[in-house]
Design a protein around this ligand. Structure first.
Ligand code: G3H
Ligand code: 13P
Ligand code: ZN
Length: 330
């Protein structure tokens, strides 16, 4: 049993209290490898932003949970070496069982998500409560979810959004004791968040997605004043990356995300954690494809993973400074 406190990590409690108070959101960036971790930490140190390092089930399978935990421990030291002791949380993204959450807590994660959003309501309550009771013994914070996002997340996929029902949130939070609540107001996972027929097109033919349901968010805030709300599926799918990918041998069709202005608006409310994974994937892929097309003889991984890391860092800094408002808050 390792306590995250001994690793220099923090849970989300104070981060979220400050974020709600200050009208900004903490970035929750997914990572699977060293370059992503380096980019996240160096960007957040330069932006002086608190950060949540997220590990998904897919990341655990790809990189190994133990290695990722040691990387997060390394991240704390790396940040200090870069000159700023920013608050860093290590969070399990979309935990799907008590056993998985327990295993992460036992090895030093400071926060876990138990995602029972696909279960019948009472089962979601029971599972989430079980995780909270275990986690709180070790001062680990827990994120629950109500409502289902359309799209693919890990092995589960849903055709349509099931928006969070504001009339359920007080009951869910009081019965489970969760520290934050992920909600469904129209975001979705991946780089193809909406079907073209759900969107309109501007003069340049760019797809414009339907707006987020800020009315549902406002109703949830009314029910749970000052309670930390989380938005998943919040990549914006920058069209410049889609273009670089598609002009350098890629084939991304109808990729569309959540406009940054809407995320800015959400960050000013009780939304205090915004999850971004796909934008990082796009940034890395664009940079790598460009190197391969421009330098076909290149075969040193550092020569394509290095530029990918630089592009990622630029992206993460931009998110902290211009989208979430977390820059300067560490
Ligand atoms: O919510 C999903 C995240 O983007 C992680 O996806 O399981 O493919 O790592 P992944
Ligand atoms: P994106 O696919 O929009 O980046 O969402 C990531 C996410 O919600 C991770 O939990
Ligand atoms: Zn998610």
């Amino acid at each position: 049993m390792v306590s995250y406190k001994d690793l220099g990590l923090v849970n989300t409690r104070e981060m979220f209290a400050k974020a709600i108070e200050g009208g900004y959101a903490i970035p929750a960036f997914n990572f699977n490898n060293m370059e992503q971790m380096q980019a996240i930490i160096s960007a957040c140190v330069e932006a002086s932003s608190p950060v949540i390092l997220q590990v998904s089930s897919g990341a655990r399978k790809y990189a190994n949970q133990t290695l990722l935990r040691y990387m997060a421990q390394g991240a704390v030291e790396y940040a200090k070496e870069l000159g700023k002791n920013i608050p860093i949380c290590l969070h399990l993204d979309h935990g799907n069982s008590f056993e998985l959450c327990k295993s992460c807590i036992d090895m030093g994660f400071s926060s876990v998500m138990i995602d029972g959003s696909h279960l019948p309501y009472e089962e979601n309550v029971a599972l989430t409560k079980q995780v909270v009771e275990y986690a709180h013994q070790f001062d680990v914070t827990v994120e629950g979810e109500l409502g289902v996002l359309a799209g693919v997340e890990d092995e589960v996929s849903a055709e349509h959004h099931t928006y969070t029902r504001p009339e359920e949130v007080v009951d869910f939070v009081s019965k489970t004791g969760v520290d934050s609540l992920a909600i469904s107001i129209g975001t979705s996972h991946g780089a193809n968040k909406f079907k073209p027929e759900q969107c309109t097109r501007n003069e340049e033919g760019i797809l414009l997605p339907p707006p987020l349901r800020f009315d549902i968010l406002a109703e949830i805030e009314k029910q749970l004043p000052g309670f930390p709300i989380v938005l998943h599926g919040s990549s914006s799918v920058p069209q410049e990356y889609v273009k670089i990918i598609n002009t350098h041998g890629g084939a991304l069709k109808d990729a569309v995300g959540i406009p940054e202005e809407q995320l800015r608006q959400a960050a000013k409310s009780a939304v205090c954690k915004i999850n971004i994974d796909s934008d990082g994937r796009l940034a890395m892929t664009a940079a790598v494809r460009k190197v391969f097309v421009e330098n076909p003889a290149e075969f040193d991984p550092r020569k394509y993973l290095g530029p990918a890391r630089d592009e990622l860092k630029k992206l993460y800094k931009h998110k902290c400074e211009n989208v979430l408002g977390s820059a300067g808050k560490a």
